[in-house]
Ligand binder design. Structure first.
Ligand SMILES: Nc1nc2c(ncn2[C@@H]2O[C@H](COP(=O)(O)OP(=O)(O)OP(=O)(O)O)[C@@H](O)[C@H]2O)c(=O)[nH]1
Length: 802
């Protein structure tokens, strides 16, 4: 059963506070025994006669391993016990039958006799009919002259599986299958190689490819052909700057794999192909290697035949002989610091002195200089906000499975509202055509990164804004690809409500459900989003069939209600993002006449104004950092989560505990004196060095700071089986490694009371549990913040800090 199917039955409460039903908790001992007994009987019944020799112990181990899942246990036992034709290591000429049976247990003989014996024992257990002679090296090599091992005896080296390189998070499920991105990258690389191999690279092939581009991809009217509607909403184009996508560079909290991964020109390519990895006989040592191991030039080159010798092995051996001979880099730095601290007098500090110096440095770092660098007008910001009669402001996140049409839909919306002009769209269309991706022209309004455009996939959250009569909206267009879920979480954490886009195309809706449609919906719900508009998109591809719309609406609304959305907060709209139907204007397709409901923009405008936490302490999580401006060398952008601020304010950055000052403020590229919760702002900062600011850090006031924590307790909903294990903790843009150190208890969904035994070993998907998480380094977190826990590229739980 997929985890979505399991989670489907859960009832995610309104705020995860009001639990609502469920009686299934961790197993106590008696229950466990009973389950084991029942499971053993069921597995025995299901096992085929060929697996009759499987012992009860093996059955019970399988059941234990698969958490009493009979189906999986049977599958495992059948696979493990059905004898395969023993793989015979050929000896000499083909067709000669070897003596004794080597069975296919990998390269057991290469691990030495004891491992081989174990393998033989295991083989004997699983293949009782196979008569195994004890393995003998002497016999195996008896006809093999020294150092002339025939090729069929030589070890076959299998290329290691290199870790996939996702920008963030990744989705390593341990299976080396290709993701869509990898397939795209591989196809692109293959194409480039073919082009290089071609003696006339600019000739026939590329022209033939261009000739195939379908210029009608943007629909009958084309993107430029659609006149904006005459609706009052649409005649109010946004005066805001465009585009507002500003993210530059990678999040410093993100770390890329250090393993030998070949990164393509974009830094995105997943595993290198074997030919990309220089062999020992070919590569020149890098400057780094030269520095570490001395110049390679005097060392004779390794013979390519000598495949078993490590390059620079001799040098490594000499280093390894006494790795701790000299002082460590840390010792050197500490010694230098203590020397500097004593005015160069030299003698190293005692432990006590070191501690005192560290405490003094910590106190110094915490010292807040409240002297503002920019002149403050000392405004009463809340009174100013009250006077300003500002429009409602709302952020919505656009979510859904990869390629559902999210960016195209938002591009069309912005185009039809005149936020983007026709000339820009025409330019995008021409450029997209050149890349053979004309159907992505509208998506390019949001997807501004060159990688995103080349690959046709959204990678990071893109933002843009538009206004209606009532509300000023900020779009957060999330990536659909599962490799970029951490970016989607960052977007969802700033959203007041969500637009879930579903591809109505035959087969696409179904695969989306198994993919990110449900995962995204569950994530936004567990992050506090209560309202969701579902765009059933690409209805043009199914002839605007009402049946298809009804089928999708029924299935999705059942899931959303089970996930904790109230039915009054769920709306479905049939659309075609590509052609612009039911987005800012009602569809003119005769086949779509059955729909008389609101357009997407009308529905967006029906949103209740989002509450603003104005009177709470200032909290602002850094979403992006910009460096190097002439007037403003260090700026950040973010949505203010709570509180307010004004030019001249002194702020504290956590976790670095460094102070800084608001030099200037901007909203929608316009300078302002103050800003309040719910607004997206750019802050120009002074009095701080850039190394103390990272994406995901929190700005607060020195008088009411957020604390850095190394451990927290949270009440979470399990998406997967939860056990004490290594995880990544996500809070908006912040993500940091940690560990579930304790499952305190499973909680009743109605009352929140502890049920079952304390400290269960495992929490089943769909249950709510109190857990303790320890972080590798302290980060700013506070109740009742929402966190998402991910492990191995999967979302394992989400919930509220306590
Ligand atoms: N026929 C048809 N095609 C559409 C429609 N909307 C989008 N597409 C096509 O679907 C493909 C994917 O569109 P995108 O907008 O990039 O999809 P996305 O959901 O933003 O993709 P990611 O952000 O990468 O997950 C493009 O080729 C679009 O032209 C639609 O309404 N009708």
């Amino acid at each position: 059963m997929s985890r979505h199917k399991i989670v489907k039955n859960l009832d995610l409460d309104d705020e995860l506070d009001d639990f609502d039903g469920g009686e299934d908790y961790g197993y106590d001992e008696e229950e466990g025994e009973e389950k084991m007994r029942q499971g053993t009987i069921k597995v025995r019944e299901a096992l085929p006669p060929t697996a009759a020799h499987v012992t009860d112990k093996q059955v019970q181990e399988a059941l234990w391993h698969y958490y009493y899942d009979v189906e999986k246990s049977v599958k495992y036992l059948v696979a493990a016990s059905v004898p395969t034709t023993p793989k015979v290591l050929k000896k000499g000429a083909a067709g000669k039958k070897p003596e004794g049976g080597f069975i296919s247990f990998g390269v057991c003989w290469s691990f030495g006799q004891s491992a081989c014996n174990k393998a033989s024992t295991l083989a004997g257990a699983l293949y009782p009919d196979t008569c195994l002679k004890p393995f003998s090296f002497a016999e195996f090599f008896k006809d093999t002259p020294w150092l002339q091992v025939p090729t069929d005896r030589q070890t076959v080296f299998i290329d290691p599986i290199y870790p996939r390189l996702g920008l963030l998070g990744g989705s390593s499920d341990g299976v080396p299958k290709m993701s869509k991105l990898q397939a795209l990258a591989a196809a692109r690389k293959k194409k480039a190689q073919e082009q290089r191999a071609n003696s006339n690279p600019t000739g026939e092939m590329s022209r033939a490819g261009l000739d195939k581009i379908d210029h009608s991809d943007l629909g009958d009217a084309g993107v430029g052909g659609m006149a904006p509607s005459g609706s009052a909403l649409l005649q109010k184009p946004s005066a805001r700057g465009f585009p507002l996508r500003k993210r530059k560079g990678l999040d410093e909290h993100e770390s890329l794999p250090k393993a030998p991964v070949a990164i393509d020109d974009a830094g995105l390519n997943p595993p290198a192909s074997p030919e990309d990895i220089p062999s020992a006989g070919q590569a020149e040592p890098s400057d780094f290697a030269n520095t570490m191991f001395g110049s390679h030039s005097q060392t004779p080159r390794q013979s390519p035949d000598n495949l078993f010798t490590m390059p620079f092995a001799a040098d490594i051996a000499s280093i390894a002989a006494n790795p701790f001979a000299g002082p460590s880099p840390d010792d050197i730095v500490i010694a230098a610091q203590s020397k500097a601290g004593k005015g160069g007098k030299g003698a190293p500090k005692s432990n006590g002195e070191k501690k005192a110096a560290q405490i003094a440095a910590g106190v110094e770092a915490m010292r807040i200089d409240d002297t503002p660098r920019a002149k403050s007008k000392h405004l009463d910001v809340l009174a100013e906000f009250g006077k300003a009669e500002a429009k409602n402001a709302a952020n919505f996140v656009v979510i859904g499975h990869v390629d559902a049409g999210k960016s195209t839909l938002m591009g069309r919306l912005l185009y039809d509202l005149n936020v983007v002009d026709k000339r820009t769209i025409d330019r995008y269309r021409k450029e997209a055509e050149k890349m053979g991706k004309s159907s992505f022209a509208l998506a390019w309004v949001l997807d501004q990164g060159s990688e995103e455009r080349a690959r046709g996939v959204t990678i990071d959250i893109a933002t843009n804004t538009f206004e209606t009569d009532k509300t000023s909206f900020t779009i957060l267009d999330a990536p659909g690809h599962r490799d970029f879920i951490p970016n989607m979480i960052a977007g969802a954490s700033q959203a007041d409500f969500a637009v879930l886009v579903i591809d109505a195309n035959t087969g696409s809706f179904e695969s989306g459900l198994k993919g990110q449609t449900k995962e995204h919906a569950l994530l936004v719900r567990s992050m506090g989003v209560q309202r969701i508009i579902i765009v059933v998109n690409k209805l043009d591809t199914v002839g605007w069939a009402e049946d298809r719309f009804t089928e999708i609406s029924t299935q999705v609304s059942a899931f959303l209600i089970a996930a904790g959305f109230l039915s009054k907060n769920i709306t479905f709209i049939p659309c075609s993002g590509l052609h612009g139907d039911n987005i800012t204007r009602r569809s003119t397709e005769p086949a779509a006449s059955w729909y008389q409901g609101p357009t997407l923009v009308e529905e967006l405008d029906n949103s209740e104004p989002a509450g603003r936490a104005l009177s709470k302490p200032l909290r602002l999580t850094i979403g992006d950092i910009f460096r190097g401006g002439v007037q403003n060398p260090l700026s950040i952008s973010s949505r203010i989560e709570s509180g307010s601020l004004q030019v001249g304010d002194a702020l504290l950055v956590q976790p670095s505990s460094q102070k800084c000052f608001v030099k200037a403020l901007e909203i929608d590229n316009e300078p302002v004196d103050w800003a309040v919760a719910g607004q997206n702002v750019t802050l120009h900062l002074s009095g701080i060095e850039e190394q103390y600011l990272k994406i995901g850090d929190v700005l607060c006031t020195p008088s009411n700071p957020i604390q850095n924590v190394k451990q927290f307790t949270a009440k979470v909903l399990a998406f997967e089986f939860l056990t004490p294990s290594q995880i990544d903790i996500h809070r908006g843009r912040l993500h940091t490694p940690g560990r579930i150190v304790e499952i305190v208890a499973v909680l009743d969904k109605h009352t929140g009371a502890v049920v079952g035994k304390k400290k269960p070993r495992v929490v089943k998907p769909g249950l709510i549990a109190r857990i303790v998480v320890e972080l590798e380094a302290p980060v700013p977190l506070e109740a009742p913040g929402r966190v998402v826990l991910r492990g191995n590229g999967e979302t394992v739980a989400a919930g509220l800090l306590e």
